[in-house]
Design a protein. Structure first.
Lengths: 537, 173
């Protein structure tokens, strides 16, 4: 048996004082709970990305290619030439600190290297050293430092402690989008095969079978068939979804998280009920695809090229089926990719029609180039024109607040539509404080591929500012339900609530829509989609 | 109880210095932010600490009710339990730093033996609170482990189980 340490030996190691050195001289310590498992070689290979191998961030040796410094240098040079944003964001920051305390990871973890300015500085320091005259001449004085193995590890550790939520960019007087620095930083790491598995494997699955979990078409259909049975049990109405139907009006694509994980499954049932309602009442023909069965795009967290590849699948399927336009489910980063990058990446999608709601005649001008409409906007439009028969009292047991998903709020500017829908399907709605919602919304703490289990401490710390605001409305207004319009949120917020505010549950907005929707031919409903008794029944 | 009267008199200064000591367990850039930002939504950590330590101090002076103490310790330790930059001992050490603050504030008074004796007794109450803090901290860590172990499986497994796509239920999850 190994000798036990003596008490004085133990005491000598206890130090309650934080390091007093500057950030460059404080090496990063990789702490358990703050990072994810390394990407499996098979997934890296499937995505045709370089250097697939078994490696472990806990080991000293990350099994890097011998010329790794050269690869990063060339990769940076290439991207500084190709992406003007990257070049500008490397040059113009004056380190004013306006962004410093706006990051949920800094607020929650208390780690200064999570200040957006400092996280970006991790890369900028190397940029200055290798690409600027001042940096080359003055070195550390000009904020420059050479790329070393420790620096590379620091990049990896902190670039995967950013959810690319862009809250910091709202406060930057220069408009620097720190998320784009993280995006390029992760691209550089991918040049060395340094992805995390929670991103690489979903991206590979999506590329190979069409969705993050790698569920094959028949199982995807099985799951939706099960939802059909569940809906019939609750409403007495048998909905009839169509799959891969050529010539349908609209192709519907949602994150697979809604099909395969609770509580997103209830939101998926909500979509099915809405589609059925629109078919029976207005003849609208909406089809699902078992091939383009994923709205989420984890390529976005890997590289520009991987994002483009995954995004292209949805459009290839829309073309194959000959639909008029695409309706997208409640998702976060899918919309960032569509709204911010799709137009110039795989678009414009000229083979589709400019989206018009055939029931109301509303033209979705914002989707002119991408031909893809967010379902919350679509449903808000239907409600505004009185096309849905709703009974909000069916949600009277809920006291609801709304979490703005970063990508839909900050990435698309969509603030009012979800609130309009929620207020029409339930009677008790309470906003969180102003500096926690809309463009200032706090991230769930698990976006951009960080929604794993092994980094739970990171997720719970990063989600603290959001949970803190939810706790406030829970204490003040007895809020018991947190609504959202993003599948990552539906996966990430339940554990966050379980830890910080266990009295509050999580729902997709279309689950509430469906529960309030009076379906043609429905029986007297006594329970909602979760099998819970309806108020007064 | 002359010591209690002194502590009540100097409460504002002691609590403020204790707060500073707690936030100084964070790196410099962070502690400045924790002290400076007063908005509770922009600074939940600083706000939780400042909301929690005053009632904890009151309990030390008053009746040391375990439930009350736990209810004020929990929000602070819930946060420190996810901030893995702290080891478990560092996470709960802030309770003991109150001793240092009180000794500094009662330097003159402790030359009186009676006060000194009372202070020794009072410090054992701080020790007791420190042990309670360790229990609360462990409860938080256990909750994190439980969430880690069950969340992902619950989400997907339950949905698949309801759909009849997997065979047996494992209720223990």
């Amino acid at each position: 048996m190994a000798a036990l340490p003596k008490s004085d030996e133990l005491f000598s190691k206890i130090n309650y004082k934080p390091p007093q050195s500057g950030w460059m001289d404080t090496p990063a310590v990789l702490r358990e709970g703050m990072f994810c498992f390394a990407a499996k070689p098979k997934s890296v290979e499937t995505l045709s990305l370089p250097y697939p191998r078994e490696w472990n961030p806990r080991n000293d040796d990350w099994l890097l290619p011998e010329n790794w410094k050269e690869i990063i240098y060339e990769g940076m040079k290439d991207r500084l030439g190709r992406f003007r944003t990257f070049k500008i964001f490397m040059d113009i920051c004056v380190r004013c600190g306006a962004c410093a305390d706006k990051c949920h990871f800094f607020i929650g973890t208390g780690d200064p290297k999570n200040m957006p300015v400092l996280r970006a500085e991790l890369i900028r320091s190397v940029y200055r050293n290798d690409f600027t005259t001042f940096g080359k001449m003055l070195g550390k004085l000009a904020g420059a430092r050479p790329l070393t193995l420790d620096v590379l590890k620091e990049w990896w550790y902190y670039l995967f402690q950013c959810t690319e939520c862009r809250r910091c960019s709202v406060f930057c007087p220069y408009g620097i989008d720190t998320a784009e620095i993280t995006i390029i930083g992760r691209e550089l790491l991918n040049l060395l095969g340094l992805n995390i598995d929670w991103i690489a494997t979903p991206a590979a699955n999506c590329y190979r079978t069409g969705n993050h979990m790698g569920i094959q078409p028949h199982a995807f259909k099985d799951m939706l068939d099960f939802f059909v049975d569940e809906i019939e049990e609750v409403t007495g109405v048998r909905v009839e979804p169509s799959f891969n139907k050529k010539g349908a009006d609209i192709l519907f694509i949602t994150p697979s998280g809604d099909v395969f994980g609770d509580p997103g499954t209830y939101t998926a049932m909500g979509y099915l009920m809405l589609h059925h309602y629109l078919k029976v009442n207005y003849g609208l023909d909406i089809t699902w695809s078992t091939y383009a069965s994923e709205g989420g795009n984890f390529g976005f967290f890997t590289s520009n090229e991987t994002m483009k590849r995954l995004n292209a699948k949805m459009y290839a399927e829309a073309k194959r089926l000959g639909v008029k336009w695409i309706l997208g489910g409640e998702c976060g980063h899918m919309w960032r990719v569509i709204n911010q990058y799709m137009g110039t990446m795989n678009g414009p999608a000229d083979f589709l029609e400019e989206p018009v709601n055939p029931i109301t005649g509303t033209k979705f001008e914002n989707a002119k180039s991408t031909k893809m409409v967010h379902i919350i906007e679509f449903t808000a439009d239907l409600i505004k024109h009185g096309k849905l028969n709703l009974d909000p009292s069916r949600n009277d047991h809920l006291r609801v607040t709304f979490h703005d998903s970063c990508n839909v709020a900050r990435g698309m500017g969509m603030f009012d539509e979800p609130r309009y829908v929620i207020k029409n399907v339930c009677n008790n709605f309470y906003e969180m404080p102003r500096n926690c919602i809309k463009e200032q919304t706090f991230c769930c703490g698990s976006g951009s591929g960080l929604n794993a289990s092994e980094d739970m401490e990171l997720r719970l710390a990063g989600g603290l500012p959001r949970a803190n605001a939810v706790k406030y409305v829970h204490d003040k207004h007895d809020v018991n339900m947190l609504a959202c319009i993003c599948a990552i949120d539906r996966a990430a917020l339940p554990p966050l609530m379980k830890y910080w505010v266990p009295e509050v549950d999580v729902t997709g907005t279309h689950e509430m829509v469906a529960n309030a929707l009076i379906m043609p031919g429905e029986k007297e409903k006594t329970v909602n989609l979760r099998g819970e008794e309806l108020p007064g029944k | 109880m002359r010591l209690n009267d002194l502590l009540k008199q100097k409460k504002a200064a002691i609590v403020k210095q204790w707060f500073d000591m707690v936030v100084n367990t964070y790196p410099l850039d962070t502690s400045q932010f924790l002290k400076g930002q007063k908005d509770p939504f922009a600074n939940p950590v600083g706000n939780t600490i400042s909301q929690g330590i005053e009632p904890l101090f009151d309990e030390l002076i008053n009746k040391m009710d375990q439930n009350t103490i736990t209810s004020f310790l929990e929000p602070i330790l819930k946060i420190r339990a996810v901030q893995v930059m702290f080891s478990p001992s560092q996470a709960v050490a802030f309770i003991f730093s109150l001793k240092e603050v009180i000794r500094k504030n009662l330097k003159k008074e402790t030359s009186d033996n009676e006060i000194l004796n009372e202070l020794l007794l009072f410090e054992s109450k701080i020790d007791e609170m420190g042990l309670m803090a360790f229990d609360v901290f462990m409860k938080c860590r256990e909750k994190i482990y439980a969430i880690k172990a069950t969340d992902e499986r619950n989400r997907t497994f339950k949905a698949f189980e309801r759909a009849g796509l997997v065979a047996e239920s494992q209720d223990a999850w």
